[in-house]
Unconditional design. Structure first.
Length: 159
């Protein structure tokens, strides 16, 4: 748990307004609630049950706060990734608890020139383990060839 940083200019375009526009708007609370709802809906489109999930968005700090209980560590990490890989989100405050405790994944920020094989070699010592990273980040990743600079990936421990 804690605060994770993300690249603000990378990710899904869900918010409709820039955080600084929301922060200056007279109906800031409504816009922040709409942004939080859009992020929660996006999490749900990734096949994650959002019934025990609360999402809040603070436009002043470009921070999403995720609260509630996830069924397992993998789901918790995917929720955090979904929240952070939204354009204009700079930080995710992870207030989630986990029903079934497991080892945590590492986090990796994709840079120009990266591919999953290169990342796999860096973390696992074997470029052919790339599919573990791909599977850990599905359905946010649609193809092993489609990652972009600024994207944050989960790197699960090897079993």
């Amino acid at each position: 748990m804690g605060l994770l940083s993300f690249i603000k200019d990378a990710g899904e375009k869900l918010l409709g307004h820039k955080p600084e526009e929301v922060a200056a708007a007279p109906n800031v609370d409504e816009l922040q609630a709409a942004a939080a709802d859009a992020i929660k809906t996006y999490v749900g489109t990734q096949g994650i049950d959002t019934s025990a999930l609360t999402i809040a968005f603070d436009a002043f700090s470009s921070t999403v706060t995720a609260s509630g209980e996830a069924p397992d560590q993998q789901t918790r990490e995917k929720i955090i990734l979904c929240c952070g890989n939204v354009k204009d989100v700079k930080n995710v405050n992870d207030n989630l608890t986990v029903a079934a405790v497991e080892d945590e994944s590492q986090w990796y920020d994709v840079v120009s020139g990266d591919n999953l094989s290169k990342i796999s070699k860096q973390f696992y010592g074997n470029p052919n383990q790339y599919n573990i990273i791909f599977e850990a980040n599905k359905p946010m990743l649609k193809s092993v060839d489609l990652i972009y600079p600024g994207q944050k990936l989960r790197i699960p421990p090897l079993s």
